[in-house]
Design a protein around this ligand. Structure first.
Ligand SMILES: [Zn+2]
Length: 163
């Protein structure tokens, strides 16, 4: 798998819903998970970041220093935020935007409806860092990057010194 890097225009594409869970989707999700775990310190990835434009995200905040609430490995197809509240400002980074980090304001709490790899409809509610990472990954499915959510670039966007 190869990561698309900003300013690649393909990162701006909107992903399509997964209509049918077949062997190809399961295998793709499996490789995406391996790819996520092969990037040390990385807590989430969305399918369009590797040029696959279907609504699939994977998040795992296990062991991260900012983690409070944690559901370990989360694989979501067609995720949709159906409830959100509160405010949380966090320093975010992204595999697709390797040169920068930024302070992004998001919701503290989210309730997300999604389909799992067995095709079951599920609901997940979470807070804090895990909620923030999920919002970041769901944004990718709509072609939105964290840098788009920074209103004051001079104050809140930082050139990365350590990778
Ligand atoms: Zn990202």
């Amino acid at each position: 798998m190869k990561i698309l890097l900003f300013p690649d225009e393909k990162l701006r594409l909107k992903s399509k819903k997964v209509e049918r869970i077949n062997y190809g989707i399961i295998r793709f999700a499996e490789s995406l998970k391996d790819f996520l775990y092969s990037n040390k310190g990385c807590v989430g990835i969305a399918a369009p970041q590797v040029g696959h434009f279907e609504k699939i995200i994977i998040v795992d905040v296990t062991g991260h220093k900012k983690t409070t609430e944690c559901h370990n490995l989360i694989i979501m197809l067609n995720p949709e935020i159906i409830e959100s509240s509160g405010e949380s400002i966090n320093r975010e980074g992204c595999l697709s935007v390797p040169d920068y980090t930024g302070n992004v304001e998001r919701n503290y709490y989210v309730k997300i409806k999604y389909i799992n790899l067995n095709g079951d409809e599920k609901i997940l509610t979470t807070t804090g860092f895990e909620a923030v990472v999920l919002q970041h990954e769901i944004d990718h499915l709509d072609g939105i990057l964290f840098i788009d959510r920074i209103t004051n670039l001079k104050r809140d966007l930082f050139k990365r010194k350590v990778y």
